[in-house]
Design a binder for this molecule. Sequence first.
Ligand SMILES: *Cc1c(COP(=O)(O)O)cnc(C)c1O
Ligand SMILES: [Zn+2]
Length: 411
Amino acid sequence: MSDVRLRCIDCNAEFGHDEVIYSCNECGGLLEVCMDAPKATFDDFSKRAFGVWRYRELIPIEEGAEIVTLDEGGTPLYRCDRLAKWAGVRSLFIKYEGRNPTGSFKDRGMTVGVTKAKSLGSKAVACASTGNTSASLAAYAARSGLTCYVILPSGKVAMGKLAQALMHGAKVISVKGNFDQALKLVMDISRSMGIYLLNSINPWRLEGQKTLAFELVDQLGHVPEVVAVPMGNCGNISAIWKGFVELEGAGLIREKPRMFGVQAAGAAPVVEMLRKNLERLSPVKAPETVATAIRIGNPVNWPKAVNAIRSSSGLYDSVTDDEIIETQKMIACLEGIGVEPASAASVAGVRKAVLSGSIPKDSEIVCVCTGHLLKDPEEVISVCGKPIEIPPDLKAVSEMIRPEKAPQLPA
Ligand SMILES: *Cc1c(COP(=O)(O)O)cnc(C)c1O
Ligand SMILES: [Zn+2]
């Protein structure tokens, strides 16, 4: 893949694919990985296992590289008729990223990012994280024998995610600050100490995450009208959009979906910027939301996300914590799909948009549900309450299971 290079999205300066840089040397802009459109078809892909590496020709990792994998991607696309009814739309699918090896879409990015770290000869990797990035990086670092450092905002990381980072042997550093501060620190550290940085500012990660778009076309057999994605640091929506753009460039699809970016109301700088039609982002100083995975006030990838939304004639909105929690419960009770709060934001945003008329009722929509319910058990207990305790006797149990006490599902 001699045609692979890094390109600045602002000034178009190009850099070699084996340079260890995370932003443009000329202007500081974000980088993206470019390659010539490959010659491959969905028929070729279908001969391989369903997952990230099915789309090998579209992933710009050099031939012969030792691939670090835990069989990521290949996640289910659930048709959700009851949830569609609740949201008021004809057709709604959930792309369930909770089914990845460590329980979030971050694994799609890490299989490529850690493979790249290995082929560049790095010995140590690092990230700042609201939780899932660290869980995923810790696992892939363990898989490949790399040392892993993670910097977390203290007290704000969901228990399941912290457990993963610790058990997979990462060196976990907790800073008394928020994610944005943790990211600034880890960027400085990686530059000064030569540790390979695997936050989503690293464009190689997005090369793995873009495969979600390929899988959607594989699973549906066509392109959906809308793809809704929760936005935190904004890498994922950018990556998925890049995936669709590349499919079009390779002649594999003819139209692209509208991208719908959803943020939490307490951490919605991109939505604010788009609402006011501004040219630059003003960061939210003290982001706050129950959806800790998207509790980010200064998303590094905002220019890419804004481009994805604007060039797809897309949509954007913010949803409150109450809306997130209600939607999380609906996804779980109506469909049997367990997602963490950030994931529910995509569905909550879709329901709002259908109610307000900005998405037509007869649309076909895919909501990306980014992470697994078990990531954040403490949130569950706080919104569902603890189970009722009774003495171990028949009378007390029968009291509890009388039909009028059965849980009521929404009609
Ligand atoms: C990381 C993450 C997000 C946000 O993705 P970005 O690429 O940072 O926008 C959303 N949901 C979950 C569960 C995540 O782990
Ligand atoms: Zn530049």
